[in-house]
Design a protein around this ligand. Structure first.
Ligand SMILES: [Ca+2]
Length: 446
């Protein structure tokens, strides 16, 4: 597109935009303010890159030709802090895909780890079983003995699983689960040694308990991932109810946090609140609601997490040590009742909270996630895949400079609640569901 025709198109786009604005009337001061913000942003961007700005301003006007992946109406009236923060343009995978059901008839399959090429450890949330699934022939082992006692009511049970970076020598397996205590339940981390014959976990011990316990059975968080130093990041939830959820803001509780611990469950020496006498040493970041997805961005090395919002407002966040992510003080979501949360404040940065990189409205109910750190499907390289529970799809997002520039929904016709996502060494995208299915997605020519 030439510069001249691009500017002309921009002019007409803006004209249509202004006319549409006038047609809308101005009886609602909130939406009027928000619309003004949007047009200002589009104008600023047109100076930088007229072609992009033209597409974006067209997308925001009433005469949109650019679709977002989200087609349902918003449930809130919040406007994003920046245009890329929600409803990214729809993208479509061009590679022809082969979608295979590798296993079915399992329990809620909450967590997975590829501990050996094309062989996965898979947790069963409700039965608290740990199984080995062979991706090549679909065979599933008998339950591995020696897994912990869990509280499996509601969202509780045996949750995530990962293996130590030196698993080939140590054979150490780490798991998270909801644990019964005298005064309620909490998210716990334990470890055990997988026997050579792979039939039992030996010397299983609890290494960390995300205190305090609470008399409820919701929002355990529960993902774990190793960093490059061999320490663990653990995510928790804020236990859902009002007022316990306020504890997400408190530094003397491990609820609603990202936690950084050693393989023995001790706080990592470099943690941000180590010197703060009033704060728990294991805390890495706080103000989270319920985090069930975590992975390192292969391009930047940053830790990314996804967390459930209330009604809408699910967030993708980049984790910075010591930072506050706002819940339940600020949110892009609303209560399930439809009421506003804390008067409906969504301005994060002005109040010292970190803005989400991206949020969903309506909800994507995001659970496990994985970056596609592989080149088997080249167009997917460094994209992020997130399991959606309630809307029954896998989200693919395309990232440029820590901004979400495209979104796609995959496996939308399967009717499954996608609980966890894993990318194998061979570059297969594996998805586990609450309906006990394990899917494997590869390029069709493989
Ligand atoms: Ca937040």
């Amino acid at each position: 597109m030439s510069k001249v025709s691009s500017s002309r198109l921009l002019f007409f786009t803006m004209l249509i935009f202004v006319l549409a604005l006038a047609a809308c009337g101005n009886d609602d001061s909130t939406s009027e303010e928000a619309t003004t913000d949007e047009s200002e942003t589009a104008t600023e961007e047109s100076a930088d890159d007229s072609e992009t700005a033209t597409e974006e301003s067209t997308g925001e006007s009433e005469t949109s030709t650019e679709e977002s992946a989200e087609t349902e109406p918003k449930v809130t009236e919040f406007e994003p802090a920046f245009p890329e923060q929600t409803r990214a343009p729809k993208v479509e995978t061009e590679t022809e895909l082969n979608v295979e059901v590798v296993a079915e008839g399992l329990d809620v399959s909450w967590g997975m780890e590829e501990f050996d090429t094309n062989r996965l450890l898979v947790t069963q949330r409700d039965s608290a079983e740990l199984l080995i699934l062979n991706l090549e022939d679909g065979s599933v082992s008998d339950p591995i003995e020696g897994t912990p006692e869990v509280n499996n009511e509601d969202q509780g049970g045996l949750l995530d699983v990962t293996v130590a970076p030196d698993f080939d020598e140590s054979r150490l397996v780490f798991m998270t689960f909801s644990e019964d205590k005298d005064d309620g339940t909490l998210t716990a981390v334990g470890k055990g040694v997988l026997s050579e014959d792979e039939t039992s976990l030996e010397d299983f011990e609890v290494i960390f308990e995300a205190e305090p316990a609470y008399d409820g059975t919701l929002h355990y968080g529960g993902r774990i991932i190793f960093d490059e130093d061999g320490n663990l990041f653990l995510t928790t939830g804020e236990r859902s109810d009002d007022p316990i959820r306020e504890r997400a803001q408190d530094l003397d509780a491990y609820l609603g946090k990202v936690i950084h611990i050693t393989q023995d469950g001790e706080p990592v020496d470099s943690n941000p609140f180590i010197e703060d006498e009033d704060a728990l040493d294991g805390i890495y970041s706080y103000g989270h609601r319920n985090i069930q997805g975590v992975d390192f961005n292969p391009e930047t090395g940053d830790l990314w997490i996804v967390e459930f919002g209330p009604q809408a407002g699910d967030e993708l966040n980049i984790i910075e040590p010591g930072s506050n992510y706002g819940w339940p003080t600020v949110s892009y979501g609303i209560e399930y009742s439809g009421e506003l949360i804390n008067d409906g404040i969504s301005e994060h940065e002005a109040q010292g909270f970190v803005e989400p990189v991206y949020y969903w409205d309506p909800t994507s109910a995001p659970s496990g996630m994985s970056f596609y750190d592989n080149d088997a499907i080249p167009e997917w390289e460094n994209n992020l895949f997130i399991g959606g529970l309630a809307p029954n799809y896998i989200v693919r997002v395309v990232i440029e400079d820590d901004m979400i520039v495209g979104e796609e929904r995959l496996l939308t016709d399967e009717g499954q609640r996608f609980r966890d996502i894993l990318v194998t060494e061979d570059g297969a995208l594996v998805a586990a569901t609450d309906g006990g299915m394990i899917y494997k997605v590869t390029a069709a020519d493989e």
